[in-house]
Design a protein around this ligand. Structure first.
Ligand code: FUB
Length: 338
């Protein structure tokens, strides 16, 4: 009875109804990038910890010091299993602090973990670490990827090519760069200027370098114009993810200060992408970050919120719920407060 009342309520306001579940009780994990490797589900999250650092302007309170890998045997399993530390700050020669949202991809039986961290000059760069198993341990390269900057790498394997997407504003430092160059006094564009966009680069055959200069991804409105910087409900902020559905490329991301997960659709990995709408309304907590994955012919949204920590922004917990498309391939919006 109670269930049907809730169902009717959410159907009426247009949200897809499917109860989310938390995947972990004891430790705080966030930013879940999820992949199926060798028929097992692997989650590559950030590992949130309590910290004394107070630095909201730069996100210094997201003070993570290692990566764990989590796994599920199937989607019926209630809780994820912690497979332990896969990489830690002290083993990354170039990194100083803040191990933020990672992603992992497999190529020819090797696993490549891409991750952002601040270097000794305080600039975010993207590193890569390699393992023979999906759960690690991963061995970091000595230096970050040449020409990399900002945060939140996500990798797409497509037709034997591997593309890395990245970028994030504010704490993620994207506005400090133009044309892939660090500028001394660069700021966010004014609200009537074009919004900053996530970047894409083809990865080299050995997966350790960019094979090309990162390019801007164009996100267009319904009239074919680039989204504007003042369009906070739609413009890119951080946490980009890319997946394919019915041969189309779906680019999804967080809008940051309006706390939504939204998406745009394109016909190639490089875009352009046309804005479509909301996937998830704001969760409890400042950040919202997700991945979208097909598992056993169903689609899932993995994400995080700060409900279990009582709303502490830097202590987040990962969740999952089923995701649905309509007959036109549009994603049904979900309520982040469920
Ligand atoms: O977890 C640290 C940062 O918070 C991530 O890199 C962002 O996407 C946001 O979730």
């Amino acid at each position: 009875m109670k269930y049907s009342v809730i169902f009717l309520l959410f159907s009426a306001i247009g949200y897809a109804q499917e109860s989310p579940k938390y995947l972990f009780n004891d430790l705080y994990f966030a930013d879940p990038s999820v992949h199926v490797f060798n028929k097992k589900i692997y989650i590559y999250p950030s590992h949130d910890i309590k910290t004394e650092v107070i630095d909201p302007a730069n996100g210094g309170h997201y003070d993570m010091k290692d990566y764990h890998v989590l796994s599920l045997d199937n989607m019926q399993q209630e809780k994820a299993k912690d497979l332990g530390i896969a990489l830690k700050l002290g083993d990354i020669p170039w990194a100083e602090k803040q191990l933020w949202a990672p992603d992992c991809v497999e190529k020819n039986g090797k696993y490549y973990l891409y991750f952002p961290a601040k270097d000794k000059e305080g600039n975010f760069k993207i590193g890569v670490a390699v393992s023979n198993q999906p759960e690690g341990p991963f061995k970091s390269e000595k230096n970050p990827i040449k020409g990399s900057y900002s945060i939140d790498p996500a990798v797409l394997a497509d037709n034997d090519k591997y593309y890395i997407y990245f970028g994030g504003l504010k704490g993620g430092q994207l506005e400090k760069y133009r044309n892939n160059k660090l500028l001394a006094d660069s700021k966010e564009p004014n609200k009537e200027e074009n919004a900053l966009s996530p970047k894409i680069a083809l990865l080299s055959k050995n997966m350790l370098e960019f094979a090309e200069e990162p390019k801007d991804i164009q996100i267009l409105d319904e009239k074919g114009n680039l989204l504007k910087a003042g369009d906070h409900d739609r413009r890119f902020f951080e946490g980009v993810w890319i997946h394919k559905y019915n041969s189309k490329y779906y680019l999804s991301y967080s809008t940051g200060d309006t706390h939504k997960i939204v998406y745009a659709i394109g016909s190639t990995p490089y875009g352009p992408f046309t804005f479509q709408g909301e996937i998830l309304s704001p969760v409890v907590g400042w950040t919202t970050h997700h991945s979208i994955v097909e598992i056993d012919n169903k689609w899932y949204l993995f994400y995080h919120d700060s409900q279990p920590s009582g709303g502490q922004n830097n202590l987040r917990s990962i969740k999952v719920r089923e995701l649905f498309y309509d007959k036109n391939g549009l994603i049904k919006a979900m309520n982040g407060k469920d």
